[in-house]
Design a protein around this ligand. Structure first.
Ligand code: F6R
Length: 613
C-alpha cells in the first residue's frame, strides 16, 4: 500500500526512481511524486494519476541538468488514506521552506494534535495529509543531525510508518525508518537503493537488508547504518534475494495477472518441491519447527487471514477436519482481534498472507502470541513482517505476485494447507497408504492446472457471452464453497461486476429471488461428493431462466446437461478440486475484465498489500 523508492549513489537518480515507481505502482496509483537533491537544493515534482503522468510532468517542468544529474532522490506512488488524491496531497511532502522532503507509507494517528501544535508555532500546511505533520515535526527538531531529528520526531508519533527523508542541509544522506510498513535497503556498488519492496531493487542489486519495526537508518552510498530510536546501533543481516528480475516483469503477457495465472504450474512445482516424503507418505515442513510431540498436542487450528487468503483458509477447514480430524476455525483477521478469541497452548493459529504485511493479519498474529497459542505464518514474501514475527511457518515459494488480484498465491496457499493437513493427518489417523496416495495427487497438481490453462480460449469465448452482465452468482458446496467466494471476489474486483458467492444450498433461502435470464450462475459441479445435490441447485437456477455456467469434470454428461455453458476440468479428488477450479475461475474473471476494457493489474480503489487497519 503506497510505494516508496529512494536512491543515493553516482548514477542518475531520476531514471532509477521512475523505474522503481513503475515496479511499485501495484501498491497504489492515484498520484505520484519525487524529490531530487542536487547542488544543495531540493526539486519537487508531483502529479495526480499514474507514474506515466509524473514522468511526463518531469520532462515538462524540470530542467534537464537537474533531471539528468541528480544522484540523490526519493519518490512515492500513493494509495490515498488522508485527503483526496490531489497534487497537493501527493508525496513527497516538504517543510523548512522546501529544504526537507519526506515520503511516507502508513498512518500517523495523532496527526491532528501534531498539526494543531505545529500550526500554533507558525508552520504552514499545504495539504490535508497526516504525513505533512511529520515533515514539519522533523524539520523543527533538526539542529544539524538529520538522523537525530527523525528519531526525536518519530518518538512523538502514534501510528504506522515507513518513511524516507532527504534534506538540502544534509546532502549525501537519506534517513529512513519503519514501524508497521515494510522498508528494504538494497546495497549496490557505491550506491544504495531503498524501497518498500524488493521488486524496485532487484534490477540493481540482490543484496538487501530488511529493516525491522523500530529501526531508523542513515543511508549513504555505502549502505545503511541502523539504529533504534534511542540511538543504539543494531546489526541487521544482509540477505540475498532469491528471484531474478524477470520474475517481476510481464514476460510477454498483456497483464501481470495473466502471467501469474499461467505461471501456476511452475510456481506450484516450487511450492511442492522437496516437501513430500514419498517413502513415509507425509509432508516435510521443517519451517513449522514443531516437534512430533507438539504436533500431536495440537487440539484446534485457528486460521486468520483476509480476502483471498481468507478463502484459502476456509478451504483449509475442510482439509484439516477431513484429513486430520482437527477442529478448524477460519476467522477474518480484523474481526478475530476484537472478539476476545479464546486461545491456549494447544491451539495452532495459522496466519495466511501473501504479502506478509497485511495490518489486520499481523494484529491477529500478535493477539495469538499474546494469548499463548502457537502461531505459524504462511507467507509468500520472504522476510516479510508476519514471516519474521511468527518465526515458524511455511513459505509459498510462488515467486513475486505483482497483479493486484491474487491468483497464484491462492493456489499455492491451498497447496501448502493440503501438505500441512497431510502432515497433521499422518500424525493422527491417516495410514501410510492414504498419505502416499495424497502425496501422489499433490505431485500432480501442477500438471492438472496446466490442463485447465489449455482451456484458456474456450473460457475466453464463454466470457465474451457474459461480459455485458451486471450481476453474477457463484455457487459451490462443501470444500468448493470457499472457491465460489474466491471466484466471485476475482470477478468483482477486476471487472466491477457485482458478484456474490453462495453455498449452493443457501441460494433458495433468499438470493434465488434475484434470478432471471440476465443473471448467470457459475456452478461448481466438479464430480466430487456432494455433486448430485449441487446439480439439483443448478436445475433450480435453470428453472428460473438463469443461465448456468457449469464448471465440471471432463466426461460428466450428467453435469453437462444442466449447464448452459461448460468449462471442463480434469478429474481430481475433493482435496485438490479447489486449486484446479480456482484456476478456471481466474481465467474467466480475467477475460470478462479484459473484454470490458478494465485496468486489470490496477483495479480502481484497490492496492496490493493492505498495511492499514
Ligand atoms: C484479492 C486480494 C486481497 C488479498 C488480501 C490479503 O485478490 O488480493 O483480497 O488477498 O488483501 O492480502 P495478503 O494475502 O497479502 O495478506
Amino acid at each position: 500500500m503506497c510505494g516508496i523508492v529512494g536512491y543515493i549513489g553516482k548514477r542518475n537518480a531520476t531514471d532509477i526512481l521512475i523505474s522503481g515507481l513503475r515496479r511499485l505502482e501495484y501498491r497504489g496509483y492515484d498520484s505520484a511524486g519525487l524529490a531530487l537533491l542536487s547542488d544543495d537544493k531540493i526539486t519537487l515534482v508531483k502529479q495526480t494519476g499514474k507514474v506515466a503522468a509524473l514522468e511526463q510532468r518531469l520532462k515538462e517542468s524540470v530542467a534537464s541538468d537537474v533531471r539528468e544529474h541528480s544522484c540523490i532522490g526519493i519518490a512515492h506512488t500513493r494509495w490515498a488514506t488522508h485527503g483526496l488524491p490531489t497534487e497537493a496531497n501527493a508525496h513527497p511532502h516538504t517543510a523548512d521552506n522546501g529544504d526537507l522532503a519526506l515520503v511516507h507509507n502508513g498512518i500517523i494517528e495523532n496527526f491532528a494534535d501534531l498539526r494543531r501544535q505545529l500550526e500554533s508555532h507558525g508552520c504552514i500546511f499545504t495539504s490535508q495529509t497526516d504525513t505533512e505533520a511529520l515533515a514539519h515535526l522533523i524539520s523543527t527538531f533538526d539542529e544539524g543531525d538529520l538522523l537525530a531529528a527523525v528519531s526525536l520526531a518519530l518518538k512523538r508519533v502514534q501510528g504506522t510508518y515507513g518513511i524516507a527523508v532527504i534534506s538540502a542541509r544534509h546532502p549525501g544522506q537519506i534517513v529512513v525508518a519503519r514501524r508497521g510498513s515494510p522498508l528494504v535497503v538494497g546495497i549496490g556498488e557505491s550506491e544504495t537503493i531503498i524501497a518498500s519492496d524488493v521488486s524496485a531493487i532487484v534490477a540493481h542489486t540482490r543484496q538487501v537488508v530488511y529493516l525491522q519495526d523500530g529501526d531508523v537508518a542513515l543511508i549513504t552510498e555505502n549502505g545503511p547504518q541502523v539504529y533504534t530510536l534511542e540511538n543504539a546501533a543494531v546489526d541487521r543481516a544482509v540477505s540475498k534475494v532469491e528471484w531474478e528480475v524477470d520474475a517481476a516483469e510481464k514476460g510477454g503477457f498483456a497483464h501481470f495477472m495473466l502471467k501469474e495465472i499461467f505461471e501456476q504450474p511452475a510456481a506450484l512445482q516450487n511450492t511442492i518441491r522437496g516437501r513430500l516424503d514419498m517413502a513415509l507418505g507425509t509432508a516435510i515442513l521443517s519451517g513449522l519447527n514443531l516437534t512430533a510431540r507438539e504436533l500431536a498436542a495440537i487440539r484446534r487450528l485457528v486460521i486468520v487471514a483476509c480476502g483471498t487468503s481468507l478463502h484459502a483458509g476456509m478451504v483449509g477447514k475442510y482439509l484439516f477436519e477431513g484429513l486430520a480430524d482437527l477442529p478448524t476455525d477460519p476467522e477474518q483477521a480484523a474481526e478475530f482481534r476484537y472478539c476476545n478469541p479464546i486461545l491456549g497452548a494447544d491451539d495452532l493459529v495459522v496466519a495466511i498472507s501473501q504479502s506478509g504485511e497485511t495490518a489486520d493479519t499481523l494484529a491477529a498474529v500478535r493477539e495469538g502470541m499474546q494469548k499463548g497459542a502457537l502461531v505459524a505464518g504462511l507467507c509468500n514474501v520472504v522476510g516479510s513482517t508476519i514471516a519474521r514475527e511468527t518465526g515458524r511457518g511455511v513459505y509459498l515459494h510462488a515467486g513475486p505476485e505483482i497483479g493486484v488480484a491474487s491468483t497464484k498465491a491462492f493456489t499455492a496457499q491451498v497447496t501448502v494447507l493440503l501438505m500441512m493437513a497431510l502432515k497433521l493427518g499422518r500424525s493422527r489417523r491417516l495410514s501410510r497408504e492414504a498419505g502416499l496416495s495424497l502425496c501422489e495427487e499433490i505431485n500432480r497438481i501442477p500438471e492438472m492446472i496446466g490442463r485447465v490453462l489449455e482451456e484458456n480460449e474456450r473460457i475466453a469465448s464463454i466470457a465474451e457471452k457474459y461480459a455485458g452482465c451486471n450481476n453474477a452468482f457463484f455457487i459451490g458446496r462443501g470444500i468448493l464453497y470457499p472457491t465460489a467466494l474466491e471466484g466471485a471476489l476475482k470477478l468483482k474486483e477486476i471487472s466491477y461486476i457485482h458478484a456474490e458467492g453462495y453455498q449452493a444450498a443457501e441460494l433458495k433461502h433468499g438470493p434465488i429471488a434475484l434470478l432471471d435470464k440476465k443473471l448467470p450462475v457459475i456452478a461448481l459441479l466438479n464430480d466430487i461428493p456432494g455433486k448430485e445435490k449441487t446439480l439439483g441447485n443448478a436445475q433450480e437456477c435453470i428453472a428460473r431462466s438463469a443461465p448456468v455456467i457449469g464448471i465440471l469434470t471432463e466426461g460428466d454428461h450428467e453435469a453437462e446437461q444442466v449447464s448452459t455453458d461448460v468449462i471442463r476440468l480434469p478429474r481430481t479428488s475433493a482435496y485438490t478440486a479447489p486449486v484446479i477450479t480456482a484456476a478456471a475461475l481466474q481465467l474467466f474473471a480475467y477475460h470478462v475484465a479484459r473484454l470490458r476494457g478494465c485496468e486489470i493489474d490496477q483495479p480502481r480503489n484497490l492496492a496490493k498489500s493492505v498495511t492499514v487497519e
